[in-house]
Design a protein around this ligand. Structure first.
Ligand code: BJW
Ligand code: ZN
Length: 276
């Protein structure tokens, strides 16, 4: 059985040298961003294979853009919650070194909402493995233009459709010419997120960092989407420790060394020694 002894966890932090955190949708839940698989999760209401695959986008880009426009609008309104703030504070050596004196720290987030602020110091300290909602990619192989775009709405054709999506009603009728276009060449653009079957970002960099990690924090993820689900086991296989922070029991937490059940916006600041 994993331990939930906070003092023992603080002792572990004190002796850890290379700490990674693998985060998921539960990290942003308290900011009002829905999760994917839990109660009220998006994959319970919408079809993941129609909305989050390259095939789904080829077949019906209008449907997919309505979904991502809705997600962009929600993320633009959201604010980081105490769990995001705890992780970003912990990424600052001046704060982290008070509880984990000789450690490095990298946050690998599966979230695309941009709510984890990048650390101001050495890079990389934040890796967005599933991309970013506000990156807009050209679909033309001859162009491949990428633009960071936080416009609301991203284009007139999608204006107001977020209300329909929230009601579970995606309208397939928006013509392709009214969907977001590449600012450079005018081709159809797509959201800069990683869909099922696509290669997640910065895998070589993550492999290098995970290979040195001696502590893995698993925060607000159901640990179902590969490859993110593999990093904790890799750390443990090399003799490192794993601490899970989740509202509920989740896949693989029986093998964890520490388990802090409850909202991570409450458990994480305390476990990281940032509040009492
Ligand atoms: C709280 C809380 C609170 C709530 N506090 N906790 C069959 C067909 C096609 C592909 C595959 C297949 N079988 C396997 C695959 C591979 C696939 C995969 O893993 N699929 C499984 C899910 C079945 N993976 C891929 O395709 C990946 N690419 C890949 O494998 O490339 C090949 C390759 C890799 C490596 C080496 C070599 C080759 C890409 C995966 C892309 C995932 N995309 C999505 C959507 C796109 C982005 C977006 O729109 O946002 O990413 S799916 C969705 O799942 C999203 C998430 O990032 C990801 C993970 O979900 P997450 O974050 O864990 O959310 P939930 O909802 O599942 O869990 C939330 C948790 O929070 C719950 O546990 C709650 O209890 C908890 N919680 N409130 C603490 N307050
Ligand atoms: Zn282009």
């Amino acid at each position: 059985m994993p331990s939930s002894d906070i003092n023992a966890f603080h002792d572990l932090l004190r002796s850890s040298k290379n700490i990674i955190a693998v985060a998921g949708a539960g990290l942003s839940a308290a900011s009002g961003i829905p999760t994917f698989r839990g109660a009220g999760g998006m994959w319970r209401k919408y079809n993941a294979m129609s909305l989050a695959t390259p095939e789904g986008f080829s077949k019906n880009p209008s449907l997919v853009w309505q979904f991502y426009h809705y997600r962009r609008e929600a993320a633009l309104k959201a604010q980081p919650n105490p769990a995001h703030i705890a992780l970003s504070s912990f990424s600052l050596p001046s704060i982290r070194h008070q509880i984990a004196p000789e450690s490095t720290f990298t946050l690998i987030t599966q979230n695309v909402d941009g709510l984890s602020p990048p650390a101001a110091d050495e890079q990389p300290r934040l890796i967005e493995i599933h991309g970013r909602l506000f990156d807009v990619l050209c679909t033309s192989r001859d162009c491949d233009h990428v633009e960071f775009n936080t416009s609301s709405p991203i284009c007139e054709g999608l204006a107001g459709t977020e209300a329909h999506v929230a009601a579970g009603d995606l309208d397939p009728e928006i013509p392709i010419t009214s969907l977001p276009r590449c600012a450079k060449c005018g081709s159809l653009a797509r959201p800069g997120v990683v869909w099922f079957g696509e290669m997640p970002h910065k895998l070589d960099e993550i492999d290098e960092i995970a290979a040195k990690a001696d502590l893995c924090l698993v925060v607000g993820t159901s640990s179902t989407a590969r490859p993110s689900t593999c990093y904790a086991a890799e750390v443990q296989d090399r003799g490192g420790k794993v601490a899970v922070f989740n509202l509920d029991r989740s896949k693989g937490d029986r093998d964890a060394d520490y388990l802090f059940l409850g909202p991570c916006e409450e458990t994480l600041p305390r476990a990281l020694g940032l509040t009492n």
